[in-house]
Ligand binder design. Structure first.
Ligand code: FAD
Length: 408
C-alpha cells in the first residue's frame, strides 16, 4: 500500500506509450484495436476523415469483436470474464483517441449512454443495453440542448405520463451517434411534475416520433441534432426518475466525460510521435530539424508535459478504482483532469506545430503504429503478410531507412 492508503498503482511502466493506464491483462484490447487500424490502413482512415465519410466498417469491428460489451458492460451483468473497469475504460479511451478522434467519440458516447443504466434499478432496461451492446449497437447520450447548455435544470424536453405509456416532446443538440443508435439515454423533465422532477429514458432513433435533423458539426464525427414529437415509450425504457435521474446524469459526467482527459493524452501522444518522426527525418541547412535548439527544447517540454498529464490521469483512475462510500475524492480530481488536462493538451499540440512547420511530404509514408511491444518492428518483419502495399518493406530491403531505425 502507498502512503495515501491507496493500493500501489498497477501500471508502473510505459508512461509515454499508449497503454500506460491499462493493467497488463487488459493489453489484449489494445492489440485488437491496433490490429484493426493497421488492417484498415492509415491512408483510408485519413481519407475518410478528410471526406467526412461515416466509418461504417468500424461498426462491424465493434460487432465482431464485441468490444462494446467487453469494455462497457460490468462483468457482474454480462457474466463474461471482461467488463467495465476504470482502468480498462480509461486505457481504451486513450488508445482509441491515439488512432482517431471520430472512432474514439463513437465508443466514448456509448460509455456515456451506459453509465446511468448500470446505476439504474430497472433490470429490463439493463438487459436491453446489454443485449444491444453485444450485437454491436453504439449508444448515445441525449443531454445537451441549445437553450440550456450546461444548465440542465432548464432542460426543455418533457415527458408526460399517459395511462399506459409515456410521451416525450422536445429536442436535443450535440448528441454523438444519435443518427444510428437505438440506445439514446435521454434526459427530460416531467411535464406535470415539480421543479426537481426529472426522467432519464431510452429513446430509439428507429422508432416513430424520432426525427433526425442533421449533424451539428461540420466534421466526420456525427454529433446529431434530433427532435422528439409525441415519442412513445413504456416502463421498460425508464432508466431513473426524480432527483435520482439528475444525480445519475451528473455522475455520468464524473466517471464518463472524465475520459475527455484520457482522450487528450492519446491525441498528444500521437501528435508527439508524428512530430518526432517528421523532425528527425527531415534535414535542412545540413542538419535534421529536430536538432535545432528551439525544436529540441519544444519536444522536450512537450514530452515532459505529456508525462505529467498522463501521471495525473493515472492517479484519477486509481481514485475511481479505490472509491467507495467513504471515499469520493475522484469527483474533485476527475473534474480537474477534464478541465486542465484537455486545456493543456491543446496547448501542447499547438506548440508542436512550431517544430512540424509545414509538414513537407517525405518520400516514404510514415510508419503505422504497429504492435506497441515492438514499436520498431513491423509485423511483416516477423514473417507476417504485409497488408498495405504503401507501407515500407522490411528493414533489410530498405535503402532509405531513417538512422534511428538502424540503431534499434
Ligand atoms: C464534439 C462534441 C460532442 C458532444 N457530444 C455530446 C453528447 O454526446 N451528448 C451531449 O449531451 N452533449 C454533447 N456535447 C455538448 C457538450 O457537452 C456541451 O458543449 C456542454 O453541455 C456545454 O454546453 P454549451 O456548449 O452550450 O456551453 P454553455 O452551457 O453555453 O457554457 C459556455 C461557457 O459558459 C461558462 N459556464 C457555463 N456554466 C458555468 C458555471 N456554472 N459557472 C461558471 N462558468 C460557466 C463556461 O466557460 C462555459 O464554457 C458535445 C459537444 C461537442 C463539441
Amino acid at each position: 500500500m502507498s502512503n495515501s492508503g491507496l493500493p500501489n498503482s498497477p501500471h508502473t511502466d510505459g508512461l509515454l506509450g499508449g497503454t500506460s493506464i491499462l493493467v497488463r491483462p487488459d493489453r489484449s484490447f489494445i492489440s485488437e484495436v491496433s490490429d484493426w487500424f493497421l488492417h484498415t490502413g492509415r491512408e483510408k482512415v485519413l481519407r475518410q476523415e478528410i471526406d467526412r465519410e461515416f466509418p461504417a466498417e468500424y461498426l462491424y469491428f465493434l460487432k465482431s469483436t464485441k468490444l462494446l460489451e467487453r469494455s462497457l458492460v460490468p462483468a457482474a451483468l454480462s457474466g463474461g470474464p471482461d467488463g467495465w473497469t476504470p482502468y480498462r475504460v480509461a486505457g481504451l479511451s486513450e488508445h482509441l483517441a491515439f488512432h482517431s478522434f471520430t472512432h474514439w467519440l463513437m465508443w466514448h458516447v456509448s460509455s456515456l449512454s451506459a453509465a446511468p443504466v448500470w446505476m439504474s434499478h430497472n433490470t429490463e432496461v439493463q438487459n436491453t443495453y446489454k443485449e444491444q451492446f453485444r450485437s454491436g449497437m453504439v449508444g448515445s447520450f441525449g443531454m445537451s440542448e441549445r437553450g440550456a447548455g450546461a444548465d440542465w435544470r432548464h432542460t426543455a424536453t418533457t415527458v408526460k405520463r399517459l395511462t399506459e405509456r409515456y410521451v416525450a416532446n422536445g429536442g436535443k443538440d450535440y448528441t454523438g451517434n444519435g443518427n444510428v443508435s437505438s440506445l439514446i439515454t435521454t434526459f427530460a423533465t416531467q411535464a406535470d411534475g415539480g421543479p426537481r422532477d426529472y426522467v432519464l429514458f431510452r429513446a430509439d432513433s428507429h422508432r416513430q416520433g424520432f426525427q433526425l435533423v442533421g449533424n451539428a458539426v461540420p466534421e466526420q464525427m456525427y454529433v446529431s441534432e434530433f427532435r422528439l414529437s409525441d415519442y412513445a415509450f413504456g416502463d421498460e425504457d425508464v432508466i431513473s426518475t426524480g432527483p435520482q435521474a439528475f444525480a445519475d446524469a451528473v455522475n455520468t459526467i464524473n466517471v464518463g466525460k472524465f475520459n475527455l482527459a484520457t482522450a487528450a493524452t492519446g491525441l498528444v501522444s500521437r501528435a508527439l510521435l508524428e512530430t518526432y518522426r517528421h523532425t528527425s527525418t527531415r534535414a535542412i541547412f545540413g542538419q535534421t530539424v529536430s536538432s535545432f535548439g528551439q525544436n529540441r527544447e519544444g519536444l522536450c517540454r512537450a514530452t515532459l508535459r505529456l508525462i505529467g498529464m498522463k501521471a495525473f490521469n493515472a492517479r484519477c483512475v486509481d481514485h475511481m478504482h479505490a472509491s467507495g462510500p467513504d471515499d469520493n475524492r475522484y469527483v474533485v480530481l476527475n473534474a480537474v483532469a477534464k478541465a486542465k488536462v484537455t486545456h493543456d493538451a491543446t496547448e501542447v499540440i499547438h506548440s508542436l506545430a512550431d517544430g512540424a512547420a509545414a509538414g513537407h511530404r517525405r518520400r516514404r509514408p510514415p510508419h503505422p503504429p504497429w504492435n506497441s511491444r515492438h514499436p520498431r518492428r513491423p509485423p511483416w518483419s516477423r514473417g507476417q503478410r504485409r497488408r498495405n502495399p504503401s507501407w515500407p518493406r522490411s528493414p533489410k530491403r530498405s535503402r532509405e531507412w531513417p538512422s534511428w531505425w538502424r540503431k534499434a
